[in-house]
Every structure is written in C-alpha cells, then in structure tokens.
Design a protein around this ligand. Structure first.
Ligand SMILES: [Zn+2]
Length: 677
C-alpha cells in the first residue's frame, strides 16, 4: 500500500515518549494518602460507575476533586454525609478537608458518568492536548489529568483499584495485578500500587494477554505482559523478549527494577505514553520495527527516571534528558561510535537551527510540547549528561547514577539533587558546570585562533590559542593534534574568552582540530556540518530553479517545492547563477546532468547514481549556501516524491524508487583542521 511509507515517517517524526506528568507541583510526603476504589466501565454504553474510599493520614488542608462531567451519588466524610462538592453542574466537584492533628480521615465518594466517544482519528499531540476520558469497544483510556476519579490535589498517593468490565474486555492500571477473574458475566481485576504515585491512568480494550516471567537482578520474579489487540497479538513474543533484555541491562547499570510487573499495552489511537509499570502505545506504532529497538527501551527506562525518581517539574525536568542519554543515545553507542557521533551531530545541528525565541534554559523545560522543546529538553539535556560522563569518567558517572537511584527512589528530585549526588560521589564542585548548562540559553562558540610550533629540545613546543564567545563558559576543550604518525587528543581548560596553551610534544604537530568528535555542546562552525535537505526547506531565503520547459514538469516541480518549503516557492530563472542563497534545483535527469556539467559541479554522487527512479542530494559550496538537487527519470517519478520527500529533511542524499526511499544517508562531517605554523 502506497500510504504505508508515509505513515511510517509520520510516526517517526511524531513519536517521542511522554511520561504522564502532573499539571502542578506535588508536595512530597508519601504513604499518607490511600485510595481504595472499585470502578465499573461499560465501553459500549460508555458509562463509568465508581466508589472510592480515601484514607488520609495528614494534618494539612487538602482538596479533593472530581471532574465536572460526573454525577456524585453519595459523599461521606468520616461517616457523615457531604454535599456534592459543587453548586452548578458545569463545575468541578471540590471538597475542602480541614487539617486535624489527631484523626485519620476517611472519605467515601460514589460517582457515575458518561465517557466521551473514543476517536481513533486523533493523533498523539491532539490526545496530549485534550486529557479526556474516552471509551469505546476498541479501547478505553482514562488519563489521570482528566479527573476521572476523586483525587486529592497535589499529593502523591498509594492505591488499590478493582476494575470491572464486560466479558471480552480486559483492563489495567499501573501496579501489581493481585487478583483476576473472568467469566461469561465479565472480567474483574484488582491492582495495587504500593508506592507514592503521581496519579492513576486506566486503560481497557478487547485485549489478548500474553505473560512471561523475568528474574530480577535480585532473583525476584517480575511479571511481563502484553495487552495487545488481537490483530497484533503475534508481536507479543518479540516485545516480551525485548523487555527482558532492557530490564537486565538497566538493572546492571542502575539498580533493581522497582516494580513487580511491566506491561506493554496497545492503544487504538497513535499515542506513546509511559507510566510506571507499563507503556501505552498505538497499534500502528507497535508495528514499526524501531519501536521495539529504541522507543520501548526508552519507556522501560522511565520506570527508573521519571516514574521511579520523580522530576521536580517546578525546576526543570531532567528525566527526559537522562532517559534519552541512557536509552536512545546509549543504543547508538552500542551500535558504533559513528552512529553515536551522528546522533550528537543531529543534536547540535537541530540546536543551531533553532530561532532565538525558541531557545530556553533547561531549568524551564517541563515536558515536550513542540519540537523546539525537544531540542533543549531532551537533546541538550542528554548532551549535558554526555559531557558530565566525559568530565567525571565512566566509573564515577555510573556510581553517581546508582546513588541517584538508591537515594531518590519515589522522591521528587530536582536538578540540584542530581548535582549534589554527582558532587558527593566525585568529590568535585560541579556548580559552574550545572549552572552554565542549566541556566543559560545558547551555546559557546569556540575557535582555534592560532597554532604555532617550534623545535624544543628533542621534540616540539606547540603554542595554541583558543577563543570563545562571551559571556564565557568553563569548558574542557578536546583538541586533536595531528602529526605525521598519529592523531592525539588533548584536553584544555578554557574559561576566559582567549587563552594560550603551550605543550611539549615528541612529534612535529602539523595540524590541529577543535572538538572533531563533537564532545561539547557548542555552536557548529560554518560548513562543519554536512548539508542536509532541510536547509532548503526551512531557510526562508531559499530560491527554487526548475530546469524544464515542459508545463507538466514545471507544475509538478512547483508543487514539490511548495510542499517542501510549506509556502509558495521563490522561483528563479534557469539561467540565473544560484550562488548567494540556498537553492533547490528540480529537473529531469538529462537536464540536471547537463546543468551540473556546464557549471563544473560534481555529477550525481556514487551513493545514489542510477538507483531507483529519482535521486535527491545536497551539494556544499564554498560560499556556505548549499544546493539541493532533485533529479527524476520522468514526470511521474517526480510527482511520486511530493508526499515522501518532505519527511527526509535530515538526509543529505536519497534515492527513490517511485515513492519508496531505497537509499539514504548523510555526508560525512567536514572536520576543518587548522594548520600549525
Ligand atoms: Zn521520554
């Protein structure tokens, strides 16, 4: 089916995990509030009926709330009847509980209501934007933020939930399954979450459940389950095996998995959520191979970071950065150093493309709401942990990670807590490091302004001057020093805007390169990053040239350009010299070949030459403005690019066979060595 490729790319761009996040800061005082709930849901009638007994052992003024769409049929406070908690039907139910030093309070609330219709056409961001309790035969999702049950505001709580569903349906909440019963009358299950939790999300559907047992690092059995819709039940085995691998890996790195279960639950909408003990992913999403290999590991790791150690959202969410570093990025390091390098390059390149007003300090990041916040909240934070590991060394870094886990489990934890743990374990003052990467926007721009060498004794003396933009950062700058025989990396402590370093070497240094391995979060130098297609997509100055006289081809080319640039393209005449700004050149193969030859530009690169029906590639030029060339066999193969091509912005070259990309890649990075004088 032709739409498949398109859908796949769409998710690739869209899907990053979201861990459920409270809408406000939570006071940390655990084990003092308990919910004991029974909930009956009929997904066909879309009704919910619930009863909750809330026990409070806290002397503090508290507020209990329930969403406005529900009717309260009974409310008791220490056995005495209470009102419905509101005056008008369009209000949230809210009950204020007075502080009392001497008494345990108990509230009992009975409620019922109608759930919204499940709408499977909503995408992930729409689902996120509207935390609404939805139900239908294909699935029920009651997100905590929809206020579907009576809960104490701003407080962590333990819970026990008894869930009742009609026959054929199964459901769950995060926690341990302690009892389960199924009969012709229906399905019942009791779940218990014995730790201080941020909230309760409930899921149900016509699930087929598969189970496996995993032994934790301390030989405790952990129940792994898939709650999959029947059409994807064949994927269960692969997912369960993958979860076992991830659990074993993270237990070795961090410490024992905190829970007694982990479930992967399919959703009829294309979402991606991570909650303690489970992940909730769209049916279509689960069918993509990279989900099992990357996203699932990220979600599993959130049981440690995010749903195990809770971020202090008021002061910046560190959990996405640490999870990205220890999942997405770690898998790249396991693959190869080239793959890891490519990921860091992607982070720096994305950051460089941010508009000034899109940048924000890491302390301001709470959760991902748009792609710009991912560039800082996920990527810059992941790079912070990468630099911290470089700075402290792997052994100390991972000892601190284990310390973070053993001391902060189920506690609200800020960046400052993290800093303290890393300082305690390493014995170093990390205040400048954390302050500059957390509180500042932007990134340092660093250059080698001079490199000279003179014979000295039996070797050579190298004098190296480094500069950085102001206000300055405290940096350890890696410099690769190339001699005839070898390349060696030396680290320099740069904290002024200009510093000269002198070092003695046995071999004559010929050239030096600044951070060729991209180990610092910094501004990329002009031309340092290989050109990718996105430049002609996002740069508003981009001009488009169509190399054809045929009306049909011109029309398709203009549509393609407007889809790529999401605006009407600036079309320039074919005779014009496209040198000042990024330029998109579109044509059929003979015309493209002739045009390149006439300008002494390199012909179609070997990587994609004669592959498929159309080739697209970027060409760097000395002026800095790059070209992107689209060369198609005929009008039909050009037209076939209109839908898929905009999804390949991160690539330098792609070959398409009709609508399918059959080859793609990024040009190698241009390291720019400075000659030693
Ligand atoms: Zn995440």
């Amino acid at each position: 089916m032709t739409g498949r490729l398109f859908i796949k790319i769409y998710f690739l761009l869209l899907l990053a995990c979201f861990i459920t996040q409270p809408a406000f800061a939570i006071n940390f005082k655990h084990n003092e509030i308990d919910y004991d709930m029974t909930v009956r849901i009929d997904p066909i009638a879309r009704t919910i009926e619930g009863k909750s007994i809330i026990t409070i052992n806290r002397s503090k003024k508290l507020t209990l709330v329930l969403g406005q769409g529900y009717e309260v049929t009974q409310a008791l406070f220490n056995g005495f009847a209470l009102g419905s908690g509101r005056e008008h039907a369009d209000q949230l139910h809210a009950w204020h509980i007075p502080p009392d030093l001497n008494q345990q309070h108990q509230l009992e609330i009975h409620w019922r209501g109608k759930l919204a219709q499940l709408n499977t056409s909503l995408d992930h961001s729409q689902t996120l934007a509207r935390p609404i309790a939805v139900s239908g035969e294909a699935g029920t999702f009651l997100p905590d933020a929809s206020d579907w049950y009576p809960r104490i505001m701003n407080e962590l709580a333990r819970y026990k939930v008894k869930l009742e569903l009609p026959a054929g349906q199964r459901g769950l909440v995060a926690g341990r399954l302690i009892e389960e019963r199924e009969s012709a009358q229906g399905y019942q299950a009791i779940f218990e979450f014995p730790f201080a939790a941020e909230g309760i999300d409930l899921m149900a559907g016509p699930y087929v459940v598969e189970t496996q047992t995993h032994q934790s690092i301390k030989s405790r059995p952990i129940q792994l389950r898939t709650y999959f819709h029947p059409q994807i039940s064949n994927l269960s085995r692969g997912y369960l095996d993958a979860v076992k691998r991830y659990l074993a890996m993270y237990e070795t790195w961090i410490g024992e998995y905190p829970y007694s279960e982990f479930s992967i639950v399919s959703s009829p909408t294309p979402t991606g959520f991570g909650m303690p003990t489970l992940t909730y992913l769209g049916i279509n999403v689960l069918q993509l191979p990279f989900i099992r290999d990357i996203s699932l590991g990220h979600e599993v790791l959130h049981n440690w970071w995010g749903n195990g150690v809770y971020p202090d959202y008021r002061r910046g969410n560190w959990s996405e950065g640490l999870t990205t570093f220890m999942a997405d990025y770690a898998y790249k390091e396991q693959e190869s150093s080239e793959a890891a390098h490519e990921m860091r390059l992607g982070w720096l390149r994305d950051f460089a493309a941010l508009q000034l007003d899109q940048d924000a300090p890491l302390t301001a990041f709470t959760s991902r709401t748009h792609s710009a916040s991912k560039i800082v909240g996920y990527n810059k934070a992941a790079m912070l942990f990468f630099m911290l590991r470089d700075y402290l060394g792997e052994a100390i870094f991972y000892r601190a990670i284990q310390g973070l886990w053993s001391t902060q489990r189920f506690k609200i934890t800020s960046w400052q807590h993290l800093q303290k743990i890393f300082e305690m374990v390493s014995g170093q003052n990390l205040q400048p490091f954390f302050a500059q990467w957390l509180e500042r926007t932007g990134a340092p721009s660093i250059t080698i302004s001079e490199a000279r060498s003179n014979p000295a004794g039996s070797g050579y003396e190298l004098s190296l001057t480094l500069r950085q933009s102001t206000p300055t950062y405290q940096l350890r700058v890696p410099i690769a020093i190339q001699s005839q025989e070898r390349t060696e990396t030396h680290w320099f402590d740069l904290y002024k805007d200009q510093q000269t370093f002198v070092l003695t070497l046995s071999d004559q240094p010929l050239s030096v390169s600044l951070d060729p391995d991209l180990r610092l979060f910094r501004q990329l130098a002009l031309g340092e990053a290989p050109p990718i297609l996105r430049e002609v997509m996002v740069n508003p100055a981009t001009e488009t040239m169509v190399l054809s006289d045929k009306d049909e081809v011109r029309k398709i080319a203009e549509t393609l350009a407007s889809k790529l640039q999401q605006r009407s393209p600036k079309i320039i005449a074919a005779e014009q010299q496209p040198f000042a700004v990024p330029t998109l050149i579109i044509g059929l193969q003979p015309e493209i070949d002739a045009w390149l030859a006439a300008r002494n530009l390199p012909s179609t690169p070997d990587e994609i030459r004669a592959k498929g029906t159309a080739q697209v590639w970027t060409l760097a030029r000395a002026s800095g403005a790059s070209l992107a060339i689209v060369s198609a066999q005929n009008a039909a193969s050009l037209e076939a690019l209109i839908r898929p091509l905009p999804h390949y912005g991160r690539q330098s070259y792609i070959a398409f066979d009709d609508r399918h990309a059959i080859e793609k890649g990024i040009w190698p990075m241009q390291v720019q060595p400075v000659k030693v004088e």
